[in-house]
Design a protein around this ligand. Structure first.
Ligand code: ADP
Ligand code: MG
Length: 574
């Protein structure tokens, strides 16, 4: 007998199934996508035992007639592509025509479907890839696909499944991502009888995000809306101050489809530079729109990944989009008016949109290929109002009223942000001239400190410290910066040098940023400094002239708002 045999159809189907059907979540994803392609307005998913026992997806889409139902689970049966050239820019989720065949090859598969306005539908049953029955079934429009005993006939694959809980979680994730792309469709998911996901049809992305992730996360999001050349980046990013080290969600969509790309996650994080604590991982939901010929969505069998024609441009746009979302939209106007930017939907400091901006800013119908999930944001902020009376409280905060509420600025954080940005400019561009001292300072340093001064002396001099070795472990300081009148140059320099020598400064990826942040922190006015009115005014003016006023370099807010409406609510006026 020869050694070569042609694989039976069943075996080759099972092998091919491995490509599309890795685990229950991939089945869920394919079936839900089919439902969306069929124009469903409501999709419900049921799981048992993480999908091993049962995966059921029911929709109210256009259904299939008997002939199509019989064809649907045949390999390469698809109603969506007639020619290979169609593959460019196919406006549907599925188009390979192999999902149903693959799933049917590795399960007990049942498809029940009916066209609209027909009182009978058809039920097709397939076991291990072989059709067993096709009988009339009474039902109304739509399709229900039932997948039982997934991988029962492929034990090797079944062995790779994880716990029911983590398989369930993966399915929830798959439906969640699709739910983010289609606001006009209602989604539910039940697992062993428990409802894990319930997303009714909504008009705004913020409402959908709230249904999927909870109101708390939505309240922490800032809208993103950036256009650059042929592409646009829209969506939401988490406020830097709310970013935590764990539990983040980072989701990207291109032309309405979810995809994964670790480089884009990093590009988004780059947009947060110097606004979040090291190790903080902000949540981001970003939808990229570009012409179909600039992206290939067919590189991955289950379409998890895409290939951009120009990756660099996309990455840069994502970074820029995030950076701008964190930036006050009206900083320039604010400076001119000496006022504070207040959003139309409640007072939000410059660049600190509250949840209102997110909640009311979005009124977009979900569309199939849209990324319209993240529609135009109507919450552009306008600079209005002018702080009348500035008050310093607890020798730490500057408080003032605008016509929409109270604004509270942390003087230290604010000054830190100002000095950080100034130092970055000085480190990269024109060095600051320090103020020459009539009586130079002498510092006695530890050996590692002396070494740190030598290593970083170029940076010290750029921000205005002129430091010279003076024999032994002493250095003499001829000039110092003068960031504010009560600046204690000796103390600042000592602290700065100690930081530079300490482990905190070690192993940094970006020496300039770290230095600027350290300098900003050490040189800034402290809590406890009494400020003159003119100083407060100057501090605010310079804060709002910053690129990123609302955040200090550790990711804490510099500005806190107390909306007038909140006061009215608390006093029972509304
Ligand atoms: P693809 O989605 O790539 O076309 P599938 O194997 O997923 O391939 O589906 C095969 C065909 O079966 C689809 O093209 C579609 O015509 C039909 N079909 C599958 N699921 C549904 C559904 N829920 N409602 C209506 N038609 C469906
Ligand atoms: Mg499909």
């Amino acid at each position: 007998m020869g050694r070569i045999a042609i694989l039976s159809q069943t075996v080759s189907d099972q092998i091919a199934a491995g490509e599309v059907v890795e685990r229950p979540a991939s089945v869920v994803k394919e079936l839900v996508e089919n439902a969306l392609d069929a124009g469903a307005t409501s999709v419900s998913v049921e799981l048992e035992d993480g999908g091993r026992e049962l995966i059921l997806v029911a929709d109210d889409g256009e259904g299939m007639d008997r002939e199509d139902a019989l064809l649907a689970a045949e390999r390469h049966a698809t109603s969506k592509v007639r020619m290979a050239t169609d593959l460019i820019g196919v406006p549907t989720y599925g188009f390979r025509g192999e999902a149903l065949a693959s799933i049917a090859a590795v399960s007990r598969f049942e498809l029940e479907t009916a066209k609209p306005n027909s009182d009978t539908g058809v039920r097709v049953e397939i076991r291990g890839g072989r059709r067993e029955a096709a009988i009339d079934a009474p039902r109304t429009r739509g399709t229900t696909v039932t997948v039982r005993k997934l991988f029962a006939n492929t034990p090797a694959r079944r062995k790779f499944l994880r716990s029911a809980r983590s398989e369930t979680r993966a399915s929830v994730e798959a439906v969640t991502l699709l739910a983010l792309t289609r606001l006009d469709v209602a989604f539910t998911l039940r697992s062993d009888g428990r409802k894990l996901l319930d997303a009714p049809r909504v008009a705004s992305a913020a409402e959908r995000l709230a249904a999927l992730y909870g109101r708390k996360l939505v309240d922490q999001l800032l809208p993103v809306d950036h256009h650059d050349g042929y592409l646009s980046v829209r969506g939401f990013v988490q406020r830097p101050a709310d970013a935590r080290a764990s539990g983040r969600r980072a989701h990207f969509f291109v032309n309405g489809r979810p995809f994964r790309d670790p480089f884009l996650v990093r590009a988004a994080e780059a947009g947060y530079r110097a606004t979040i604590a090291p190790g903080a991982r902000p949540s981001v939901f970003l939808s990229i729109e570009l012409p179909g010929d600039r992206v290939d969505v067919n590189v991955h069998p289950s379409k998890h990944e895409v290939r951009f024609r120009d990756k660099m441009i996309v990455e840069r746009a994502v970074t820029e989009a995030v950076r701008r979302a964190l930036q006050p939209l009206a900083a320039a106007a604010v400076v001119e008016q000496g006022g504070v930017a207040i959003g139309p939907h409640g007072p939000t400091g410059p660049g600190i949109p509250t949840h209102d901006a997110v909640r009311t800013g979005q009124a977009v119908e979900g569309q199939l290929i849209s990324g319209s999930l993240f529609g135009d944001d109507g919450s552009r902020q306008q600079a209005v109002g002018e702080p009348q009376e500035l008050v310093q409280v607890f020798q730490t905060y500057i408080v003032f009223a605008t016509h929409d509420g109270l604004v509270i600025v942390d003087q230290h954080s604010a000054h830190e942000r100002i000095l950080y940005e100034q130092a970055m400019r000085e480190l990269q561009g024109t060095a600051a001239a320090g103020q020459r001292l009539l009586l130079p300072l002498t510092l006695d340093l530890q050996a590692d400190e002396l070494e740190a001064v030598e290593r970083h002396n170029d940076l010290l001099s750029r921000v205005g410290f002129e430091v010279e070795p003076f024999g032994g472990r002493s250095v003499v300081v001829h000039a110092v910066p003068n960031p504010h009148p009560r600046f204690d140059a000796r103390r600042c320099l000592e602290e700065l040098i100690a930081d530079l020598a300490g482990s905190r400064f070690g192993g940094l990826s970006n020496r300039l940023e770290r230095f600027a942040a350290t300098y900003g922190c050490r040189a800034a006015v402290k809590a406890g400094h009494i400020l003159e009115r003119s100083e407060m005014r100057e501090l605010l003016r310079r804060l709002f002239a910053c690129e990123l006023p609302p955040h200090d370099v550790h990711g804490r807010p510099t500005i806190v708002q107390l909306p007038k409406r909140e006061l009215e609510r608390r006093f029972g006026r509304v």
